[in-house]
Design a protein around this ligand. Structure first.
Ligand SMILES: CC(C)(COP(=O)(O)OP(=O)(O)OC[C@H]1O[C@@H](n2cnc3c(N)ncnc32)[C@H](O)[C@@H]1OP(=O)(O)O)[C@@H](O)C(=O)NCCC(=O)NCCS
Length: 169
């Protein structure tokens, strides 16, 4: 991996704001609610767009932190996906995604889930490559930037634990 430091990039430069997905009947499960796997797939794609914009490289998903569906989406709802980079390290980046439902009659929105995904940027040989740092500007971006490092520590601890469990079994 090159040791060259890349210029930092703002959060805004790669963010996706309120990308819409209109729910149709073929998106529903047998209970008439949107199939969770559909939402997870759109989350992954939306976050990938942010990771590739931020890094300027091809990226792969390496981990998704736990996902909790707080409320169901149903027929006729409009789903809104927003995603932005919280922080980057050497070759990896944490992208936060927020999903809300919009009621088209009242235009009211409510939050149904948030997720944190980690992507790694790859070079042309498929090896991890250096990514630009993130320049947090607003209060909320600075908070997310600080919290992302805490989450990375927890992920690394979990990865270590899994590795040692595998070695013991
Ligand atoms: C991404 C991949 C190339 C990284 O390879 P690797 O040998 O683990 O590389 P490294 O150990 O050098 O780690 C590279 C970075 O990934 C991060 N990383 C690796 N595994 C991780 C995990 N489970 N969660 C979060 N970050 C992870 C490391 O912390 C490191 O970050 P940094 O460079 O910012 O410090 C490899 O794990 C891979 O190909 N995974 C499969 C990805 C994929 O196919 N995704 C689609 C799923 S279908």
């Amino acid at each position: 991996m090159t040791h060259k430091t890349l210029p930092g990039r703002s959060v805004k430069a790669s963010a996706v704001e309120n990308q819409t997905y209109k729910v149709f009947p073929n998106d529903l499960n047998s209970m008439g609610k949107v199939f969770g796997g559909l939402i997870m797939s759109i989350i992954d794609r939306t976050a990938l767009v942010v990771a590739e914009r931020h890094s300027g490289s091809s990226c792969v998903t390496v981990s998704v932190d736990s996902i909790h569906f707080l409320a169901p989406a149903t027929r006729g709802d409009t789903l809104l996906f927003s995603a932005s980079v919280n922080r980057s390290w050497t070759s990896s980046m944490e992208i936060g995604v927020r999903v809300t439902i919009e009621n088209y009659r009242t235009r009211e929105t409510h939050h149904i889930l948030s997720a944190y995904l980690t992507f790694v940027a790859l070079d042309d040989n498929g090896k991890p490559t250096r990514v630009p740092s993130v320049i947090p500007e607003s209060f909320i971006e600075k908070r997310r930037y600080a919290e992302a490092d805490e989450r990375r520590k927890l992920r690394r601890e979990e990865m270590e634990k899994r590795r040692s469990d595998r070695e013991q079994n």
